[in-house]
Design a protein around this ligand. Structure first.
Ligand code: NAD
Ligand code: ZN
Length: 352
């Protein structure tokens, strides 16, 4: 087990880290402990967590991005109120990014804020969503439209949970690992190139490295004024693809899958703007194509661009990107005109 302590939050990573959770519970003597799960984490993850808890109340919601909304949030608040949660209660978020984002938001707002702990159970939540204090829900089909910043009291990353995670979810988290390599760490990128296949046993080793990158970046720039923007690489186009798939009500494209598509198109833009060399662009393209399905169907470029116009990162009405200027090095705050974005979507995904 490894510990990463910062001024604002602590993370325990590795086998055995759940004992840190029991120790904190004994130390803090919370008035009540709540555990938020979805139907999958109730089945697969709760049995592994239970031995580390004394008494708790369970709050269960349905799994999936489509439930990361005001109705589910209301259900969580309702349950906290019904079970008489007070300001000394604790909420443990046991699940993926949806549970961490929404549970954290519910806890941070209930009675002006109760303590919460993230126990991420997807690769995506382990290396990304649980770290950095961003909490929120989707609203009117716009991803993470309502939210706030607050760090959990503790983050416990126990990779054993990955054993039951479906492969497509593991791949979704893998996209964020790739992103960390592309924006900040050429060494991590090289380690990823050596992977023959994606499975929990090999991913294991990369988790700590990836978390370290995220921790370093968010600690330097907690409020996303500078370097933290680099973590949005792939997300301007990625979020639009993810939101569009939620809005059109067909099969929802997983966050990481959408980010992989976004990283491809945004690498293309980085190359067009002469930041990224052709050699590195081809390297990224071929690596992404090796691990992800790079086709989009049923979405059109103009509605994707409309969705990008809602992005929180935009300033003065321009669509703003976090790009890369070589592998391992970001290029921040680049405003792109609609024509270039259209060309990227058209060239990369053959959509109009
Ligand atoms: N706050 C942040 O900084 C941040 C960063 C990145 C992503 N996010 C958010 O994270 C969300 C995506 O997270 P996600 O990919 O973890 O999705 P998710 O929470 O929906 O989990 C994916 C699926 O895996 C299931 N699951 C979770 N753990 C499991 C396990 N151990 N075994 C079996 N099944 C399991 C879940 O029930 C769900 O069906 C998005 O809403 C995204 O916006 C937030
Ligand atoms: Zn992401």
């Amino acid at each position: 087990m490894k510990e990463i302590f910062t001024k604002q939050f602590n993370v325990f990573v590795g086998a055995g880290s759940l004992t840190q959770l029991s120790e904190l519970l004994i130390e803090k003597s919370y008035s009540k402990v709540f555990v938020l799960v979805d139907n999958h984490t109730k089945k697969h993850c709760l049995p592994l967590l239970k031995p580390f808890l004394a008494q708790f109340d369970l709050i269960e919601i349905k799994s999936g991005e489509i439930y990361k909304n005001t109705e589910t949030l209301k259900d969580i608040w309702q349950k906290l109120q019904d079970c008489k949660a007070d300001r000394s209660s604790l909420l443990i978020n046991l699940g993926g990014g949806v549970i961490c984002d929404m549970g954290g938001f519910a806890a941070a707002t209930f009675k002006r804020g109760i303590d919460f702990i993230h126990v991420p159970t997807t690769l995506l939540a382990m290396v990304d969503a649980s770290i950095g204090g961003k909490l929120g829900i989707d609203f009117n089909g716009i991803k993470n439209e309502i939210g706030l910043f607050k760090h959990p009291s503790l983050i416990v990353v126990e990779p054993v949970f990955l054993k039951t995670l479906p492969l497509e979810e593991l791949k979704s988290g893998f996209a964020e690992l790739i992103k960390h390599g592309l924006v900040a760490d050429k060494k991590l990128w090289n380690m990823l190139q050596d992977l023959k296949e994606i499975n929990p046993n090999v991913i294991h080793k990369l988790i700590l490295q990836s978390i370290k990158i995220k921790v370093k970046i968010v600690s330097k720039d907690p409020n996303e004024k500078g370097i933290r923007k680099s973590l949005n690489f792939g997300h301007t186009i990625g979020h639009a693809i993810e939101s569009a798939s939620i809005l059109n009500g067909k099969k929802v494209i997983l966050h990481g899958q959408a980010v992989a598509l976004g990283m491809f198109a945004e690498s293309w833009i980085s190359h067009q703007l002469k930041y990224l060399s052709q050699k590195e662009f081809y390297q990224i393209e071929s690596f992404l194509k090796q691990h992800f399905d790079m086709q989009i169907s049923g979405l059109d470029a103009h509605s994707l661009i409309d969705l990008m116009a809602h992005d929180k990162k935009n300033e003065a009405g321009k669509i703003q990107f976090s790009l890369i200027h070589k592998i391992g090095s970001p290029k921040l705050k680049i405003n792109c005109d609609h024509e270039l974005i259209f060309k990227a979507l058209n060239t990369c995904f053959n959509i109009t």
